[in-house]
Ligand binder design. Structure first.
Ligand SMILES: Cc1cc2nc3c(=O)[nH]c(=O)nc-3n(C[C@H](O)[C@H](O)[C@H](O)COP(=O)(O)O)c2cc1C
Length: 171
């Protein structure tokens, strides 16, 4: 993988996250890591000067094993893949790391670097540093149909805003 400047990134975040999906991964070789598939999130900017710092937002439900790692670490990665890995992402998004080595099952290769973890098979990796975390709250929904549709068990996501510290692409 090689590092590029964020200004070199030409992407459509709607397809990249919403349609193609991503892996949210946190942890490292020493303390252990876990990963899960996510299709909810945002890429944009907030809080910096002159246009804002490049940031990513992710949403993680309380019951995800990955949440323990995201909460524990200062950083996490977002990994994006070619279509050939879509089935693998489906598996990683329907099995928990609590129940076995799901990464080995799909045959992906963890790369331990920058005190975090990403995958050698990714076409794009964003290394992110957490800036802000907050739970979504029922009383703040302006459209309550979302609560009924997405949270029948009231298991509201935590959202995390993170600065994008590094952009890596496959060579
Ligand atoms: C396409 C897809 C998108 C998903 N998006 C999210 C998401 O944005 N946030 C979330 O908390 N879970 C999401 N999930 C569910 C987790 O990936 C799933 O529960 C996973 O098994 C959690 O693994 P873990 O327990 O090892 O963390 C998604 C699953 C799929 C298949």
């Amino acid at each position: 993988m090689k590092e590029i400047a964020i200004s070199e990134l030409k992407i459509n975040p709607f397809d990249l996250i919403g349609k193609d999906w991503m892996l949210v991964t946190a942890g490292n070789e020493q303390r252990g890591y876990n990963t899960m598939t996510a299709s909810w999130g945002h890429l944009g900017s907030i809080w910096g000067h002159h246009g804002g710092a490049a940031t990513a937002v992710i949403y993680v439900r309380p019951q995800r094993y990955t949440k323990e790692f995201v909460d524990r670490e200062n950083t996490f990665t977002l990994c994006f893949f070619d279509e050939a890995y879509h089935k693998a992402l489906g598996y990683l998004g329907s099995h928990s790391g609590r129940d076995g080595d799901k990464v080995a099952h799909v045959g992906m290769t963890p790369v331990f670097a920058d005190d975090t973890t990403y995958f050698a098979e990714a076409k794009l990796v964003l290394v992110c540093r957490k800036l802000y975390q907050a739970p979504l709250k029922e009383e703040y929904f302006l459209d309550h149909s979302i609560v009924e549709d997405c949270y029948p068990n009231r298991d509201f996501h935590d959202l995390y805003i993170a600065s994008i510290e590094k952009v890596l692409i496959a060579e």
